[in-house]
Design a protein around this ligand. Structure first.
Ligand code: C5P
Length: 217
């Protein structure tokens, strides 16, 4: 039995869920885990050994070896690693190997916000609050395009959109823990919202969940 507050923030690639989840954690004194980094760290280990992300035993061995020290966002930000992450993520043995790390992280008081694809559905089905962040593929591709360009990368919008659609397809179609909103998740569409307005929507959902049932206004 734990008293930790756990907020599950799921959603597709470039929905803004990671930035929003991190800000929500900071604003509420909760710890934060971007679970995408775990899959990226697995891909990085596999690629560094010259192995293929499609090789399940190799990816599972890499997943067993992943630790908190591997989760440096800078070292894991390359598109090639993101691509590899979505390939290693289809392997059941990889997902199994990463489960304990995520659950241990969530269980430690005072609690945590976890951003990912299957947090509300598989990793923390008993989360205090489950949020599903969405935006249209075009809006998500536009945001990622601007972000890559601001980092000095030369990219074409059409190519970024194609990657977003392809990544969605792979995340939604995989047999194990596909990207989908848990039935009890609150959906927040950020297509027409800026960062502050999106964050306010997440905070309002958390406040409503934490409010005592008979609070006087
Ligand atoms: O969120 P990010 O782009 O860093 O995630 C990289 C990949 O890792 C995703 O495309 C997805 O396939 C996988 N992933 C996952 N489950 C999670 C987090 C990420 O399958 N909880």
């Amino acid at each position: 039995m734990t008293t930790a507050i756990v907020v599950a923030v799921d959603g597709p690639a470039a929905s803004g869920k990671t930035t929003l989840a991190k800000r929500l954690a900071e604003a509420n004194g909760l710890r934060f885990l971007d679970t995408g980094l775990l899959y990226r760290a697995v891909a990085r280990r596999v690629l560094a050994r010259g192995q293929s992300p499609a090789d399940e035993p190799a990816a599972a061995a890499a997943a067993e070896a992943v630790s908190a020290d591997d989760l440096d966002p800078q070292a894991l930000s390359a598109e090639r690693i993101g691509e590899g992450a979505s390939i290693v993520a289809v392997h059941p043995a990889v997902r199994r190997a990463l489960l304990a790390f995520q659950r241990d992280f969530a269980a430690r008081p005072p609690g945590a916000v976890l951003a990912g694809r299957d947090i509300g559905s598989v990793v923390c089905p008993d989360a205090t609050l489950k949020l599903f962040i969405t935006a249209t593929p075009e809006v998500r591709a536009r945001r990622r395009f601007e972000e890559l360009r601001s980092r000095g990368e030369v990219v074409m919008y059409e190519r970024v959109l194609q990657d977003v659609v392809e990544r969605d397809r792979r995340d939604q179609d995989r047999a194990v823990a596909p990207l989908s909103a848990a039935p009890d998740a609150i959906r927040i569409d950020t297509s027409a919202l800026d960062l502050d307005a999106s964050l306010a929507a997440l905070q309002a959902a958390l406040d409503a969940r934490r409010a005592p049932p008979h609070r006087k206004t």
